[in-house]
Each structure stands twice: as C-alpha cells, then as structure tokens.
Design a protein around this ligand. Sequence first.
Ligand code: NIG
Ligand code: FE
Length: 451
Amino acid sequence: MSFCLESPLRALRTDNQLLARHNTVALADSLLITGASQLLTLCGRAPRRGSSLSNLGLVKNGALLVRDGAIAAVGAQAQVEALAEACAAEKLDLGGRVALPGFVDSHTHLIHAASRAEEYELKIAGASYEEIASKGGGILNSVRKLRATTSDALKTRATAALKQFAAHGTTTIEAKSGYGLDIASELKILRLHKELAAEQPLEIVSTFLGAHVVPPEFRGKPNGAEKYMALLIDKVMPEVASQKLAEFCDVFCDRGAFTRRQAKTILEAGKRFNMTPRLHAEQLTRTGAAQLAVELDAASCDHLEQVNKSDIYTLGQSKTAATLLPGCDFHLGLKKYAPARALIDAGAIVALASDYNPGTSPTLSMPMILSLACSQLRMTPAEAITASTINSAYALRREKQIGSLEVGKQADLAVFEVADYREIPYYFGVNHCWMTVKRGRVIHAAKQATI
Ligand code: NIG
Ligand code: FE
C-alpha cells in the first residue's frame, strides 16, 4: 500500500513566514507534525462526563502524521517518526508549542448585518436586555438590519468573521439563522451558510432558528405567535428541508420569545423535516426548556443559567449536551453564570461555545471563552478544553469525525504559542494561537511570535 506521496510543496517545510504569506496553503498529501511540547489528543471515550472531562490524553513531545487531511498516526514523536520513516512526508516542527484539536464552536449566530454597540451603551447605563428588547431593540434591531442588507454584504462580514474564528484556533462552527424571520430572509441566511461552507476552509454546521422571536409583522395580530409558527412549519421548513439547508432546528424558549409548549411543537415539526432539535434554554428565566430538550432527545441545550436542581439531575442522566455560554453573562454584566460545577458533578456532558452574536456575546474567541469558563464557571483548564473540543463536537453530533486527535479523524488542529496548555485560558484577552490546521491544511499562521 502506498502510504506517503511525494509532495510538490516540499519548499514549505517549516518556514512559518512563508506559511504566513499563504493563509490557506495546501500542505503535502502527507505531513509529519513534530515538536509539540504537549500534544492534547483528547483520545478515548466520547463524550466526556464527570472526572473524565479532565482527561486530555496529553502526550509530551508529541507528533502527528497526517495523510490526505486525516490523522494517520499520533503519539510520542519517536514512534510517529518511526512510522513515517519510509515516507517523503512534509515536516512541520512546532518548536515546543502546545497543540490540541481545533476548537469546535457549537453555538454561533454567524450571519448578522452589524454590531449593536449602541445598545451596549444603554446596557452599561443600566437598561436590561429584556427592556431593550421590549422597545424594539435587541433581536428585532438585528432583524431590521439584516432584512435591509444584501446577501453580498452579509457574506463579506461573515467571511471576515470566519477568518477571525480560524485565527483563534476554531476549525468548526455551528451557525444559526434567526435574524431574518421571514421566508426570504431566513433562506438568504441558510443559503449563505451553504455557500460559505463550500468556499472557505472552516466547517459550518447549519441550524434553522426561525423561532428566535415572533417578528414585528405578526406581533399585533390575534394569535400572532401561532400564525408565525404555522408559517415556519408549513412554508419555511419544507423549503429548508428540500434544499438541505439545515441539519438542526433551534428555538429560543424564554420569556419574550417562545413558550415551552410552542418550542415542542416547532421542534417536533423540525424532526419531521429531518432536523435534529437543539434549544436556547433557561437563559433569562426558567421555562422547562432543558427538560424538554432531554424529552426530545435534543443534541444540546444551551445557556442554562437558570436551571434548578431537578434540571441538573435530568441533564446529568441524559445524552443531551449541556452547552454553557459564559460570553453572554460577561458581556451583559450578569452575575449569575450557569452552574458548571454542579452540572459536571451530576454527570452532564458539559460543552462550551462562544454564542457569537451582536446582542449578548460579540466575541468569536474560544480562548476568551475558556478564560471565562475557568475564572467564572470555575472549570479547570483541562475541563474547559474538553468542553470546547470533544464535547462540543458531540453537541454537533460529530464526535466521530472531529474534536480529538485520533487515527482516522480529520486533521483539525490549533497550535498555541505557550509552553503549557493551562496558559491558553490563563492569558486572557490576547490571542496566542500560532497556527490553525483544517483537514491537514494550514488555514491560519501567526505572523510572529505572540509573547
Ligand atoms: O443566544 N438568546 C437568544 N439569542 C441570542 C441573542 C441574540 C441577540 O440578542 O441578538 C443568544 O444569547
Ligand atoms: Fe444564541
């Protein structure tokens, strides 16, 4: 069996400056990556619960052999080099840096037209998220902006964001619609997910969030929410399904958005259109959405600031991921973060995501989310890394393909300019990501050392 192929790109070698000039460089068909002082493989059982969240599968002086975009060997450098000996693999020396699976950001609202910095000032002055929303701000502000923005302009903004995701070590994102809220605008967003997935290197997992809030044109009508739900179910979902535009269906189940009963109707309809449920749950108030998520066998329920003891117990016993989004509480200046320690102790599959969006979490930096998870949710650095790699891959039902560095999986890597993985959350607010690799291709290389 031919194992390693001669590469036409031998000159690339370990020249980081050259890599920096080519942000998306196809490296060799076979690539030997050496010199990781700590290689966090995350190998083993997936998803991780309880004490196994601390198991990073750390290999000192680790190496990886990549072939055709997938991991062909992984482990101690001497062993991997021996396996690669007969090959003409390209070599990439990480120079003692720390390497881990690329972050899987399992909750983003990628496509939006603009920031809401004007609301940020109101919030600082004391207005609550719900007060702003009740005056037509919040999500409806973003809906107005998106409807008035061309697909091209949305694409330009999203493309720039995707480059930034990659620059912070993220290799897969989930992306939700939900700022369109009419048939044309929702489809415009979902089609962009598909186009962007095909045209740039990050993997995009598409979610239909038509049930974000009831749009303005339905608010004044009797039974407006029900009429809007009928539009979603009878008109939008068939289009989404026939054009294969979304893998998941999400609902914002909260005060001011959709009730638990309405969420159930929408998610059950989504299932009939082959969309797996996920939920915005227990963010502002407790609605029972986390229990609903488990009942519907949702892939994940996200936020969870307001869960009670029985929700924590239910999530601990369930297969539904509990995705925590500490960027929201940080940005909104809220004191009540999700009870990560209780969820971990109960055995829940805790995942972390950015919730990148213009209203509650305008960040796409997973390293920053790790910092918040450690300092505010009291997760250890190891738990936070597990939650944002293998467990968030599970939250997207992709734990067999991504989220750990194991033979046969995609070669998706983030390399950090640090000597110890704990320094990734420790240095908050500064990006120390040195290189990002997606399916064996370098998609980001830092121009210079970051420390
Ligand atoms: O995840 N909570 C609902 N959706 C977003 C916020 C959206 C917005 O404010 O624009 C969230 O926090
Ligand atoms: Fe969200």
